[in-house]
Design a protein around this ligand. Structure first.
Ligand code: V47
Ligand code: SF4
Length: 392
């Protein structure tokens, strides 16, 4: 028996509650935990216990490796036809003068700012603008590809896609094929929020429902594309809504295997219609990550999105199941700064991101969007990183 296994058995044995002990045994024997087990972990498990088990799973899957990528974001617009109550960032079309709408040339100028820089991904997510249609985004992707064919275009939440395809009167399959042919390679995980209708109807009643969101991702997977999945947690949902959400994703992943990573997104409460709802304590955030690592047994990666959590809390997640810190991102992301995140201009140099990971004794590994390893930074001296312009 390995030392890690021995240690894990001791963790499991350390709990007095027999139900929790049974769940712990399933985990170390690599058996799937049930819906009720997931709820029970939220209700009864202590943070150190569930965190240690999540860390065990993280380490047998990925060792100390902590992935990040070098990417930048484009937010085409914050004008949006929908009215999600938690959103601090969107403006209705009638108030579009308060928002922004980027032309294709303006977005290409953002891409050109990265000419000669070793970024591997552009992440494109924004509001749902009634005038930015399928043809507009096909042209954008084609132009990005023509300018920089090596850049992996990951773009558009299922919410944006659902609206785009309905407006263009094409089926989901036709629409996805058109975007894929234009050069769209992956889908981000946004728009999932909480799938359960009891909560979805209260926080985002007018956008694509759970079945629609899952169907778009299923279609993308069937076409050979990969995608991510998010969950907006820490507002009015109950533990069983969280597990229901993760369960629907786990079931689709069993079917397609197309998800790369699960990204819990902590609800931030500044300047939105849910500002009266308090934000979760950090202890609850860490527990959520740990339970997610244990429940989402068929998701290869668990990501903490540092612009929303803050850098220090993101470091902490690396002991609670997380093995990915997203990317360098750069400062165009407004969705979290407007919702009250500590990170008002989210941008980290590669040197800073690598330092964050090394500070907590993990192994920084740059990846591409599909988690192919690009470079392991464990043995690169921090001083070299700071002075070498390639890492700034
Ligand atoms: O769906 C909106 C969330 C998401 C708030 O796939 C909020 O790599 C917290 O898609 N508090 C969009 N969250 C962001 C997104 C994303 C982000 C990072 C990585 C990836 C990826 C995708 O932002 C929305 C919503 O869940 N959001 N408002 C708020 N007040
Ligand atoms: Fe629009 Fe997205 Fe904000 Fe909802 S979360 S209002 S879909 S921008």
């Amino acid at each position: 028996m390995t030392a890690a296994m021995n240690h894990a058995e001791k963790i499991v044995e350390s709990v007095k509650d027999n139900e929790l002990k049974g769940i712990g045994e399933k985990i170390i024997n690599k058996q799937r935990i049930s819906f009720d087990d997931g709820v029970l972990l939220f209700e009864k498990a202590s943070l150190p216990w569930v965190g240690a088990l999540a860390n065990f799973v993280r380490e047998y899957r990925h060792g100390n490796k902590t992935y990040f990528n070098r990417n930048f974001h484009i937010e085409p617009t914050n004008v949006c036809v929908f009215s999600c109550k938690f959103c601090s960032y969107s403006r209705l079309y009638a108030h579009r003068e308060e928002g922004w709408e980027l032309s294709i040339d303006q977005m290409l100028d953002i891409v050109k700012k990265y000419d000669g820089k070793p970024v591997t991904e552009v992440h494109i997510v924004g509001g749902v603008h009634p005038k930015m249609n399928l043809a507009y985004f096909i042209e954008l992707i084609q132009k990005i590809n023509a300018h920089r064919p090596d850049l992996h275009v990951k773009g558009f939440t299922a919410v944006e896609l659902d609206y785009m395809f309905r407006k263009a009167k094409v089926s989901i399959e036709e629409g996805m094929k058109m975007l894929n042919a234009a050069g769209l390679k992956s889908l981000p995980g946004g728009g999932a929020e909480i799938f359960h209708p009891e909560i979805r109807s209260l926080i985002c009643h007018d956008k694509v429902d759970a079945e629609g969101w899952l169907h778009i991702h299923r279609t993308a997977h069937q076409l050979g594309m990969h995608s991510n999945a998010t969950m907006l947690y820490g507002h009015i949902e109950k533990f069983h809504h969280r597990i229901d959400h993760m369960d629907r994703l786990r079931t689709l992943q069993d079917e397609t295997g197309g998800f790369n990573t699960f990204i819990p997104l902590k609800f931030r409460n500044r300047d939105n219609e849910m500002s009266h709802v308090p934000e979760t304590a950090v202890v609850e955030d860490m527990k959520l990550y740990a339970v997610a690592r244990l429940y989402m047994d068929n998701f290869p990666h668990l990501k903490a999105y540092w612009p929303m959590l803050g850098r220090q809390n993101a470091q902490l997640t690396l002991s609670f199941g997380v093995n990915d810190l997203d990317g360098t991102i750069d400062d165009t992301t407004k969705i979290y700064s407007m919702a009250g995140s500590e990170e008002q201009t989210p941008a980290l140099s590669t040197a800073q991101l690598v330092t964050l990971i090394k500070q907590v004794k993990r192994e920084p590994v740059e990846r591409d969007t599909l988690y192919n390893e690009i470079k392991n930074y464990s043995n690169i001296d921090l001083k070299e990183l700071e002075v070498n312009p390639l890492y700034n």
